[in-house]
Design a protein around this ligand. Structure first.
Ligand SMILES: [Zn+2]
Length: 339
């Protein structure tokens, strides 16, 4: 299951979360921007951590007292709380340009402090703000940035999106998190998968292997995969590459390319790893994986399978599981009128 808990979003304050009349020093004048609380709440709901990093040079200039700054921050927290949204901590630089501190954005000090104090992973972090400097302060840490609004014309090198508001920021972050987390299960080759497999074996898990094209995933596939997983502790799915699907099923297949097929399968909770393979049979892949059990879905006679000799030599088991009757990708295509 995808977990978003290890991700973090660091937000600018003025013109990102709240409106800014300039040197905001009166809590009564605090107003949240449209969809700001909704966006923060959405991140909260997925367990994504939210912090604020804000330049407040008004303090150095004597336009905002430290007490006023605290009162304004408190008011923002209070207004967010009314909408069920929460920021964990607000980090502030109170210096002006003349102070030449390390924390005034675009300098990296505030971000460095958050990384150290909160023990966050920069590669699982996003920054968002209305100014280029809100993004630039995070470039050294390879943190991705989202510009909010269209006031800023300069687009920093780490910008991945321009969003209208924090709801759009949250939507983008969620999409990226789910994509990344499911992608962790997908391996482009047996070689790329070797370190992960070694770890799995070392932890004493019983490895189950099955393979196929999974072009248009149907309930027969899903049930077979759930059953395969129930036979052991760790299910590896060998996924035929686009080239090998074409070789097996003809030039009009696959309907979905290997990237999409892998993406769909990786979202299934009982699949632990997807490995794409390019050969016509999974034999080479199986020699490398050496599964404890191979599951074959369909009407097969064990002894007639090309992989039978390999599994026998390894002293491992093949389990034939019948497909649910009436379910096949070919059948779906026939019903839809394509071939
Ligand atoms: Zn500073």
């Amino acid at each position: 299951m995808v977990s978003a808990h290890s991700y973090t979003v660091i937000l600018d304050r003025d013109k990102t979360i709240n409106d800014d009349p300039g040197y905001l020093n009166d809590p009564a004048k605090v107003a949240l921007l449209p969809r700001a609380a909704e966006g923060i709440r959405l991140l909260n709901q997925f367990g994504i951590r939210v912090f604020v990093a804000s330049n407040q040079a008004g303090v150095a200039k004597g336009l905002i007292t430290p007490e006023q700054l605290a009162a304004v921050n408190e008011r923002i927290v209070e207004l967010l709380a009314k909408e069920g949204a929460r920021v964990e901590k607000i980090y502030v630089c109170i210096h002006g340009d003349a102070d030449n501190c390390d924390c005034r954005k675009p300098k990296p000090g505030l971000i460095r402090q958050i990384i150290a104090e909160q023990k966050i992973d920069p590669l699982k972090t996003f920054v968002a703000g209305d100014r280029a400097r809100d993004l630039e302060c995070a470039i050294d840490f390879k943190i991705r940035g989202i510009l909010v609004g269209d006031d800023e014309k300069h687009e920093p090198a780490n910008m991945v999106l321009r969003a209208a508001n924090l709801f759009e920021v949250a939507s983008y972050v969620l999409e990226a998190v789910f994509e990344e987390e499911s992608h962790r299960k997908v391996h482009a080759s047996a070689t790329a998968f070797a370190p992960e497999l070694e770890k799995t074996r070392a932890s004493g898990k019983k490895v189950v292997f099955t393979n196929g094209c999974f072009d248009l995933v149907h309930s027969g596939h899903v049930q077979l995969l759930a059953q395969a997983r129930a036979l052991g502790d760790y299910l590896v799915l060998g996924l035929n590459s686009d080239r090998s699907v074409k070789a097996l099923k003809g030039p009009s297949r696959p309907v979905n390319n290997e990237t999409d097929r892998a993406r769909i399968l990786a979202q299934l909770p009982y699949i632990d790893a997807v490995v794409i393979f390019d050969e016509d049979t999974p034999i080479e892949l199986m020699k490398k994986i050496q599964p404890d059990i191979q599951v074959k879905g369909g009407d097969y006679i064990k002894e007639k399978l090309p992989e039978y000799a390999v599994m026998r030599e390894l002293g491992k088991e093949i389990v034939i599981l019948p497909f649910r009757k009436g379910y096949s990708t070919t059948g779906i295509l026939a019903r839809s009128g394509s071939k």
